[in-house]
Structures are given as structure tokens and as C-alpha cells.
Design a protein around this ligand. Sequence first.
Ligand SMILES: [Zn+2]
Length: 238
Amino acid sequence: MFSRNMVLRSVELPIRAKFQDRFELFPLSKAAILHETGDAVEWVYFPETGLIGLASETSGGESAQCATVGYDGAVGVFEACGSRRVFHRAQVQVPGRAWRARAGTYRELFDQSESLRTSVHKLVEVLLAESRQYVACNALHSLQSRLARLLVDVQDKGQCGDTLPLTQDALAQMLGVQRTSVALAVASLQKAGVVRRGRGALAIADRSGLEREACSCRETLTFARDEIYASFDTACDA
Ligand SMILES: [Zn+2]
């Protein structure tokens, strides 16, 4: 089973071969909901391409995205081995495809693969680093610079081309702000010549310029991820 997904790639080849028939390639269709808050974990997802957004909800029914998962992460890996229940909504943000397995299959794989256990531990560290950084980011950085950082992250994590299939409603939800605020921030980035608005999409017109507009959290988190993954063995497919 060839996989681009960094978590799945960490599994030792003989073990991966043993489990490959119990994995299936699943299409991540636009805006599909993979699970809702409170659901039992049925499947664990390892994105190959595309992006899955994890959103936390308030008791009033509002929600804001708290993490995005691309080829460098997985959905359900912690909960499948823990409470077996999820406390967020997982929804496709950028279409693509993912390998998926039943939660029970994943638990067997987790028990047998030492490399997988190590990479999941590293994933916990990365997600904690991101969560802490984004709390600071939300409090201290301008919406325009946060939006620029988000767009660069979406292009990288979702392995997208220059056109990102994101509406302004989706961006507002990802940033946890009103749509009108996002519209103003997009207009500013467009005026700076780094993005172009399209129908239901946003195009990156100048990637280097967009990186310069992005808040410093991108650099901070790139450093943290590099440090955490420094010993990550992705040579299994070589
Ligand atoms: Zn920031």
C-alpha cells in the first residue's frame, strides 16, 4: 500500500502489507462530514490529498475550526485508542482522498507497529504546539496576517495548486470570524496583489508576497514541526 500520508508511511512495510486489504481509499468530497461531535469513532482517516477541518462547537450551535488535517496528519487516531468518541466535527475543507480503516483495525495496527506509535506521539506534540500557537495568534495578530498564513498553510497541507477551493464563508468559519471581516481582509490581500477572488475560490497570485503578508506563527510552527519531526522516518517507501 503506497501512501503519501506521513503517519501511514511510518508503519513498517511488512506490517503495512499485512493490513493493506483492510484499508480502503476513500474520496474526500467537498464539504462532506466525516463525523459529528459526540459520535463514536467508526473510521480513522489518513489524508493523501485534500484537507479535513476539525471544528469545535458551542452549546449555541456556533462553530469554529480548531485544526486542519492534511497529508501530514490523521483523523481519529487519538480517539480510536482512547474514549472512542469524538468531541469535534470533521468536515472536508479541500476535496481529495484518504486511506481509511475501521477503528478496530487501526487499534490492531497501533498495537503491532512501534513506528506508528512513535509517529502518533509526534503528531500529539505537533497538534499541541499548533493549538497553543493559535491561541496566541488569535489574540495578537491581525486578521489579514492570519488569513495570509492560513492560505499558505492550506496550499501546503492540502497540496493544492494556486487555486484554493475555499469560499469566504468557509474562510470565516476556519478563522472563527464574521464573513464581512473576511471579505475586508481578502480585499486588502487582493489590493496588495497577492490573491485573486474567483467564483467559490481564491487564487494565490503571488506566493512569496503572500508569505510576506503572513503572520510570524507560520515560521514559529515550521520550526517546531521540523524539530518534532527531525527523527521522523519517512524512508519506509524508499
Ligand atoms: Zn499568528
